[in-house]
Design a binder for this molecule. Structure first.
Ligand code: GLY
Ligand code: MN
Ligand code: MN
Length: 483
């Protein structure tokens, strides 16, 4: 066996290779039906984003790979998801053809955008019926170059032309490296080991994404609306959930079903944490039972077709009634969330949002007698004892990525000034681990997080997820009405 055959493991039936078969399968296909396509709503927004980028990188060729399909194991793959920087500048979202590359080429005056992607191969090729990875018989049809050009208002070229283009890379090229390491290496080989502006490009696009445009905010609203529906779906299944030994999985499945039905996917792995699992901040194993008397902490977000996501957490009592201690903790967290929300307005520093939430969290855990030091000492930089019960941050930017703008510099993110149009989360929590000897027994195993998504307005902030029940009473009524 050749190495290639070993690698492919030809145990499964293979496509016939004789020419009679090729002739037969290549012929007698009706003309492809024409789709009627129109320019996408995001086109002018993407053009504006590219204009700002172009001004910053005058004379540079800029490369934004969508990225390859990622292997899950052997010949199975993760669901495809284009890299966010690619989508940000191109407007191509869930239906991106894998391996596409957006290239911005300097034209003396700015940049021309070209989308290199794998064109439909045609019924006369072997690829269409014999290539399980990209053949259209296997993975579905690809859009025509004209259709893509109309929908995105970007010139299209065949991916087959890309190697020759990349071969001309020189020191005036910059690429989003993490999106496609193979393309990054190809560019590196051509331009040689010189100083590059790759890192600067990654930082620039992250910082550009800190303030959302009108299109982005409306897509995030859609993502939140679908997420709200998903939370409602879950509450409607609680009797089934409590009857199943892995009730958390049913919660995940029900939410993810909504994400697939109304959006592209979930924006991150759904956290469905019942009882003490709620104290594990990113509990995604979701293999536990959901019992009467438990709180369920559900942290989930639908990613819509444009690839914007929501990131919402609600914590609710399975039986529709908070116990006295559960309610005490819940209301402390809600107060922290409201305090954080109240300070948001243009001009504040981002980390003040966290500080506002922490002041409330610290006051409560101090009042309950859990801290070994005074409240003042705990709040001081050298103290922070209260963080034992909430080790995570209160806010992160949200958009194409759940933790959006990850490469923005600290002075524009954590230490940055809050500006109108920013979208971020407010998500304080309190988590009393099951084995935490610093708290009384009746607090142990209670975990609460309340997470909303807000947009900064000219004078303050709008809670985009305010429509999903938040107060303890609202949450109880919500669970009761769905039971
Ligand atoms: N779902 C992850 C987070 O809230 O940041
Ligand atoms: Mn979050
Ligand atoms: Mn979350």
């Amino acid at each position: 066996m050749t190495d290639d055959a070993i690698a492919r493991n030809d145990n499964r039936s293979t496509t016939p290779e004789n020419s009679a078969f090729h002739g037969y399968i290549s012929g007698d296909w009706a003309r492809a039906r024409e789709r009627s396509v129109t320019q996408r709503v995001q086109v002018p927004f993407c053009a504006e984003r590219r204009r700002a980028l172009s001004a910053k990188f005058a004379g540079h060729t800029l490369v934004f790979p969508a990225g390859p399909v990622l292997v899950r194991s052997y010949d199975t793959h993760h669901p495809y998801r284009a890299h966010s920087a690619f989508t940000y500048y191109s407007g191509w979202g869930a239906d991106t053809v894998p391996d596409s590359v957006l290239i911005l080429t300097p034209n003396g005056n700015g940049h021309d955008a070209t989308m290199y992607y794998r064109f439909p191969a045609g019924r006369g090729t072997e690829e269409f019926y014999a290539d399980a990875d990209i053949g259209e018989f296997w993975v579905g049809p690809r859009p025509t170059p004209d259709d893509v050009a109309v929908e995105l208002a970007i010139a299209t070229k065949s991916l087959a032309e890309l190697p020759a283009i990349l071969a001309h890379a020189d020191s005036k090229w910059a690429i989003i490296r993490e999106a496609d390491s193979t393309i990054a290496e190809t560019v590196d080989r051509a331009r040689g080991p010189r100083e590059t502006r790759d890192d600067e490009l990654a930082v620039f696009q992250s910082e550009q994404r800190l303030v959302k445009d009108e299109f982005e905010i409306s897509e995030i609203r859609l993502a939140i609306a679908a997420t709200a529906t998903g939370f409602g779906d879950v509450l409607g299944t609680m009797s089934e959930v409590t009857a199943h030994p892995r009730g958390e999985r049913l919660i995940e499945g029900t939410f993810n079903r909504r994400a697939r039905a109304d959006g592209n996917h979930v924006g991150y792995e759904t956290i469905a944490a019942a009882g003490a699992h709620a104290c594990i901040l990113h509990w995604v194993r979701n293999d536990g039972p959901v019992n009467d008397g438990d709180l369920v902490l559900m942290d989930a977000g639908v990613e819509v077709e444009s690839l914007y996501t929501a990131d919402i957490t609600r914590t609710f009592p399975v039986n529709g009634r908070f116990s006295e201690t559960q309610r005490l903790v819940y209301e402390a967290v809600l107060e922290a969330a409201d305090a954080a929300f109240a300070v948001v307005k243009p001009g504040i520093v981002f980390r003040e949002v966290h500080a506002a939430a922490m002041a409330v969290i610290a006051r409560h855990v101090s009042g309950w007698g859990f801290l070994p030091v005074s409240l003042e000492e705990s709040l001081s930089e050298s103290g922070q004892h209260h963080r034992r019960y909430m080790v995570h941050g209160t806010s992160h930017h949200l958009g194409l990525d759940v933790h959006d703008c990850p490469q923005a510099r600290k002075e524009f993110y954590k230490d940055g000034v809050v500006r109108e149009g920013m979208v971020f989360t407010i998500e304080p929590g309190l988590y009393f681990q099951i084995d935490d000897l610093t708290v009384p027994e009746h607090f142990r195993g209670i975990g609460v997080r309340i997470e909303d998504n807000i947009v900064v307005t000219s004078t303050g902030a709008e809670n985009l997820s305010a429509g999903i029940p938040r107060t303890a009473n609202e949450v109880e009524a919500w669970v009761g009405q769905r039971a």
